[in-house]
Design a protein around this ligand. Structure first.
Ligand code: ADP
Ligand code: MG
Length: 691
């Protein structure tokens, strides 16, 4: 393909929020210092001695407490959204402890222009871009919004909030969520309404919204398809997918004192987050051959975003207060590791599941039929809006998914000419009825009926015509033509965004100049220091260097202690999980011991094998149970198909009304013996009729 993948690293930026009123009132101090010029963040431990140096991490960008939403958009999100408009996949993750500004960064305050977050600003950006595109570009924009809570996927735009969706995979289109709604939008206001609807649904069923949002992952996905005429004269479709992900809080669960059911939930929620961590570890390890994407819903759905076909940014949100030191440190470390992930993004050109092409075909077909109507009754059978991956294109603003179909009474369609003919006939008949007063009664009745018939026919034809035209208009409305201004209310937002992008550029130029001047000064200083003019100066110079090296040693020691402490905390967390799982396991074992004799447990254990592909235990001879077993014994032993690795055909599980049991169908003395032994163990139910 003439479309090679760009190899680039996941960009990682850090954003530290300001101390809030409660923290200020409680006298908390900031433990974090941000150097946005250098892109670094320094963290000082509240318990450390004054001599202990702070820990410093460097990222692609670092934003301090007074960073503006527009700056975040322009520096972090804008490049990604531009890429998506070009047909790349893009992902922006917000990672961090609860209360550090993930939702503020992703969504912000949607009613205040300067406080809008990445999602609403991306709406203004996308439609602003379309408005400026050439008129021969056609766009189809659709959004979906889902939540992962407790390893269950919920469609936040779906009709039923109690429904749980399945994550599926197909070789041609990859991983997708079955039956997830997708809403076609054609202006920024539509997107805003959809976001409101999704957020309302997020709180459905949540007893405590704060707790719910801190434990769930929300993924807002915008798919942009664009079609343009290529150099080859053909129309080509490019598809970019933008995932905007507000992750669950990264804080350790032990801190929240979860127990029982809540601990179980926490373990499950951690499953997605901890799998995310494991995926990152495997990706940056270099030696790992297996990346555990399949181990959680989040990593399965976003497997392209990490190490795959996507341009990805991670925004690590952190709180500044000293009491958050541990969590902030852990967030910075996490973010620091993510920097090394390599992705290879490529433009998605002419994918099989492009809806735009399907819609355009349908539009052409409808237009053709409108022009040459009259060739009999009919409705479009193509069901506008059905996407192969299981998604549906829905009417915007909460309409029912899929194209609406009209039911009974399909009228005959007439061409415009035929309609005019009928109309003329109708007029003539009407005139005759009025003018020829002396007409025979029978003739008058016949004419009257004819007039009524024609009136009916005409009305029906008109309705059919209107239906087709309406359907066409509906489809055409979904496709946005480049150069058409659809910003409406968000025009102001787009203007503000662009203004701040220009301002940013000016600032960056100035900063760059300053930085260069600073570097030159620093180089000069070092140069002077290096040329010692006397022994005395040499001693001073070397002492300085020694101090520097000493400082580095201290930093390294601190780092080591920290890593040890972090590892210890992680170990304790894992041990706690192990204790919980052991207790669960004992309960399961107790249940099993009650119903399955030990001998058969051993047998099942012997023949069970672990299937790494699907992550499940399987009985190797499962094909030789139930009806399959009957079939194979009916045909006689010599006709049997090739034997499985182990012949378990004489063992089968039965479920009698009074409880499950294991049965043995005696075939030989050996088997009879086995049966007698099993009876001695716990008298299993003997099944007379084979299952
Ligand atoms: P999270 O989603 O990570 O749990 P939120 O986004 O809900 O955190 O932020 C918690 C609170 O802090 C909110 O009231 C939010 O408005 C405020 N906040 C977060 N980041 C900032 C920021 N950069 N500037 C001002 N207020 C912020
Ligand atoms: Mg939040």
């Amino acid at each position: 393909m003439a479309n090679p993948a760009d190899k680039d690293n996941v960009r990682v930026v850090v954003r530290v929020r300001p101390l809030n009123d409660a923290e200020l009132a409680a006298g908390h101090r900031s433990a974090v210092e941000v150097n946005s010029l250098a892109g670094s963040v320094s963290l000082r431990s509240p318990s450390a001695a004054a001599t202990e140096p702070p820990k410093t991490f460097t990222f692609d960008l670092a934003f301090g407490p007074d960073s503006k939403q527009f700056d975040i958009y322009n520096q972090v999100a804008r490049p990604i959204v531009e890429n998506v408009l070009e047909g790349y996949n893009g992902t922006i993750f917000a990672y961090g402890q609860t209360g550090t500004g993930k939702t503020f960064t992703m969504e912000g305050v949607r009613t205040v222009a300067e406080k809008k977050g990445i999602i609403p600003n991306s709406f203004a950006h996308i439609f602003g871009h379309i408005a400026k595109s050439a008129g021969d570009s056609k766009f189809l924009v659709r959004v979906s919004y889902l939540e992962i809570y407790n390893e269950e996927v919920r469609d936040l735009l779906g009709k039923s909030q109690s429904q749980r969706l399945e994550v599926k995979e197909r070789p041609d289109i990859g991983v997708y969520v079955k039956d997830l709604s997708a809403f076609v939008v054609n202006n920024a206001d539509d997107m805003d309404k959809i976001m409101t609807l999704g957020n309302k649904n997020r709180s459905v069923g949540a007893t405590n919204m704060n707790e719910h949002s801190s434990r769930s992952h929300a993924i807002f996905t915008t798919t942009i398809e664009r079609s343009e005429r290529g150099l080859d004269g053909q129309n080509h479709v490019r598809v970019g997918k933008l995932h905007l992900v507000d992750l669950a809080g990264s804080e350790r669960q032990t801190k929240t004192g979860a127990t029982g059911q809540r601990l179980k939930e926490a373990t499950k929620i951690n499953l997605s987050l901890s799998t995310l961590g494991n995926v990152i570890s495997a990706l940056i390890d270099g030696k790992s051959t297996h990346v555990p994407y399949r181990n959680s819903k989040l990593t399965r759905l976003l497997q392209d975003s990490l190490g795959g076909n996507s341009k990805t940014v991670m925004v690590a949100n952190a709180g500044p207060a000293d009491y958050n030191y541990d969590e902030t440190l852990s967030t910075l470390r996490y973010a620091n590791r993510a920097k090394s992930i390599q992705n290879s993004a490529k433009i998605n050109e002419d994918p099989k599941d492009a809806l735009l092409r399907q819609f355009q075909k349908e539009i052409e077909e409808l237009r053709r039929r409108l022009e040459e109507e009259g060739d009999g009754p009919g409705e479009s059978g193509s069901g506008s809006g059905e996407e192969s991956g299981g998604e549906v294109g829905a009417e915007e603003g909460g309409g029912s998914p899929g194209g609406r179909r009209r039911g009974a009474g399909r009228p005959r369609r007439l061409t415009e000419e035929q309609m005019a003919e009928v109309q003329a006939q109708l007029d003539a008949d009407r005139r005759r009825l009025q003018q020829e007063k002396g007409m025979a009664e029978a003739e008058r009745t016949r004419l009257q009926q004819q007039v009524e018939q024609h009136e009916k026919e005409l009305a029906q034809a008109q309705r059919a015509h209107d239906q087709l035209a309406e359907k066409l208009a509906l489809l055409e409305k979904k496709i946005i033509v480049g150069g058409v201004n659809l910003l409406e209310r968000s025009e102001e937002q787009q203007r503000l965004l662009e203004e701040s992008a220009r301002e940013l550029e000016r600032r960056q130029q100035k900063e760059q100049q300053l930085q260069q001047a600073l570097q030159m000064k620093e180089a000069e200083r070092l140069d002077i220091e290096e040329r010692y003019s006397s022994l005395q100066e040499e001693a001073v110079g070397k002492t300085k260097k020694l101090r520097k090296v000493w400082q580095m040693l201290l930093e390294a020691r601190c780092e080591l202690d920290d890593l040890r402490a972090e590892q210890q905390r992680e170990k304790e967390g894992l041990l706690e999980n192990v204790r919980q799982l052991t207790s669960d396991l004992r309960l399961q074992q107790l249940l099993i011991d009650q119903v399955i004799p030990a001998e058969y447990q051993a047998m099942v254990e012997q023949y069970a094998t672990w299937n790494d592909e699907i992550g499940e235990w399987q009985l190797r001879c499962v094909a030789y149970t139930g009806n399959n077993m009957r079939r194979s014994s009916d045909t006689g032993d010599q006709d049997r198909p090739a034997q499985p690795a182990v012949d378990l055909s004489h063992v089968y599980l039965t479920y009698a009304s009074d409880g499950p049991g294991v049965s043995v169908r005696p075939k030989s003395a050996k088997h009879r013996h086995a049966r007698a032994r099993s009876a001695a163990v716990s008298a299993p139910k003997v099944v007379k009729q084979r299952v």
